[in-house]
Ligand binder design. Sequence first.
Ligand code: GAR
Length: 191
Amino acid sequence: MRRLAVFASGNGTNFEAIVAACEQKVLDAEVVLMVCDKPNAYVVERAKAHGTPSFIFSPKSYASKADFEHEIIQKLNEAGVELVCLAGYMRLIGDTLLEAYEGRIINIHPSLLPAFKGAHAIEDAFNYGVKVFGVTIHYVNAALDGGKIIAQRAFEYHGNDVEELESMVHATEYPLYIDTIQKLITSDSDK
Ligand code: GAR
């Protein structure tokens, strides 16, 4: 597997890290498509800057999730995408896309799953008062932040600054995602 799609909804720092790793040949892959469900998201600018082809859509202009996922599948097929990497794509993947790309969609989540699922995992863990934080990469299924865990990385944080904690989580995310994608690519080409 060498042809990647990255899905994002926001800032896109994980997208940036993955693209940079491909450009620098740290990652033996190419991001052939960026998919974004928020036309104003900063990740759109990042994709332009890197010359990454993008599919940007507004879910509201489709009658159903199945409708926009059919279009996503068409774009993925046209680009020859082999592995879909969700990176801050804040939307549940529906049955249409799951069936088409079963076992080939992975996600990064900023907590040690199964703890702190959802869109505010870092704040939720911080507010709960845990001292061990981390990041999870997992296969995607129909459940929110569900699916088989592929990799996790943990660290301790005893401070009181949620922004500092967020930076530490992000700094943990990028190398873990790149290492994990590289391992998946390598094990796939061994088969
Ligand atoms: C990342 O921290 C990612 O783990 C998280 O969104 C952030 C996106 O940041 N994803 C989730 O919370 C998924 N449930 P980025 O846009 O800068 O890559």
